[in-house]
Ligand binder design. Structure first.
Ligand code: R1P
Ligand code: URA
Length: 363
């Protein structure tokens, strides 16, 4: 076995790794449920940056694949587990036939609130023209009150709660679920809300790169007592496809830009209206203007970890968030309820358009 030791590049994840780890094994004994073929060649993830001298014909950026793209996990312990209990989703490999229930999933739509995601699932159900009665669309995770999950045809809709810790737990179990179910060619999209910077409220921002509070395209995960830095680039072609799709919708205000992801809504986003505030209005504005100059167009609280985890696990990911206010003007969200409801529907409309188009259901 060939062993490699690599120094940590600040924007790369791996400190020390084995060449083997960069080859994705086909999910053992796992033919694709859609086409029946077993993969022979998969991704060589970040090979180019980690192993500069590697044979160029084998080099590949992340998210570049040969054949079907299976969702993969990067955990050598999982294979040897007799059973995997997805505790927060109330699902498991022994209690549920995951390939039978989820094997055909191609789109995963995630968002903060259970109500919003249920509404989206019902909307998708209508848009896809599925025969099943609406009443039969049940919360698959009803046995737990952590998250909700609905499946309408190839679209899985899940709530993720607020902030990085909440979405991160959900993503670990979702990715394992998709892996156990032998799903392939899965696209995941977060649909949500955000605070805009220098753009009109009601604008939908399609994220190209998620950045942290220092405007850096990275997500720092504390693992044991190390900080591991992961890249937060999202799928470029996917964001462009979404942008093109938005042009087909009348009166749709949208743009592609960087999204800043913070650990907090108040101090973390430079608000002057939290219970604590230790900076001046001038400092706040200076920070937000620097963010704008760095390409940031909106702020929310989940995108970096979503980009990092999905990028590592073979999921094409996008983040689509409507802005509820312009943070250069104010901090409080004071939109009338009906406007708030309307704004939140814009990302949903775009994603349903995108999915129906992808499935060839649009004219
Ligand atoms: O897009 P939604 O789910 O509204 O989430 C955004 O709004 C919440 C804060 O109110 C954070 O979770 C932020 O990411
Ligand atoms: O300002 C905002 C609005 C929505 N969500 C956020 O995280 N920030």
């Amino acid at each position: 076995m060939l062993a490699l030791g690599c120094e940590l590049d600040p924007d790369q994840e791996v400190v020390r790794t084995r060449l083997e780890d960069y080859f994705l094994r086909p999910p053992s004994h796992a033919p694709c449920t859609a086409c029946g073929t077993v993969m022979t060649v998969h991704i060589v993830e970040r090979m180019a940056s980690v192993i500069p001298a590697f044979n160029s014909s084998m080099r590949s950026d992340r998210n570049t694949y040969v054949g079907k793209r299976f969702v993969h996990v990067k955990n050598p312990y999982l294979d040897s587990m007799d059973e995997d209990i997805l505790y927060h989703l109330d699902l498991g490999t022994k209690t549920h036939n995951l390939p039978a229930v989820f094997g055909d999933v191609k789109f995963v739509c995630v968002g903060r609130s259970p109500n919003r995601m249920k509404a989206f699932a019902l909307f998708m159900h209508k848009e896809l023209g599925l025969e099943e009665a609406e009443e039969d669309i049940k919360d698959i995770c009803a046995g737990t009150d952590r998250y909700c999950m609905y499946k309408t045809g190839p679209v899985l809709t899940i709530s993720h709660g607020m902030g990085i810790p909440s979405i991160s737990v959900m993503l670990h179990e979702l990715i394992k679920l998709l892996h156990h179910a032998q799903c392939c060619d899965v696209t995941i999209i977060r649909i949500g809300t955000s605070g805009g910077i220098g753009i009109a409220p009601g604008t939908v921002v399609i994220t190209d790169i998620a950045v942290d509070s220092f405007f850096k395209p990275r997500f720092e995960q504390v693992i044991l007592d190390n900080i591991v830095t992961r890249s937060t680039e999202l799928h470029k072609e996917l964001s462009e496809e979404l942008f093109n799709c938005s042009k087909e919708i009348p009166n749709f205000r949208t743009l592609i830009g960087h999204t800043m992801c913070t650990y907090d809504f108040y101090e973390g986003q430079g608000r002057l209206d939290g219970a604590l505030c230790s900076f001046s209005r001038e400092k706040k504005l200076d920070y937000l203007k620097r963010a704008y100059k760095a390409g940031v167009r909106n702020i929310e609280m989940e995108s970096t970890v979503l980009a990092a985890m999905c990028g590592l696990c073979g999921l094409k990911a996008a983040v689509v968030c409507v802005t509820l206010l312009d943070r250069l003007d104010c901090d409080q969200i004071n939109l009338p309820h009906d406007v708030l409801v309307e704004y939140q529907q814009w990302p949903q409309l775009l994603i349903s358009n995108f999915i129906t188009r992808r499935l060839g259901l649009c004219d």
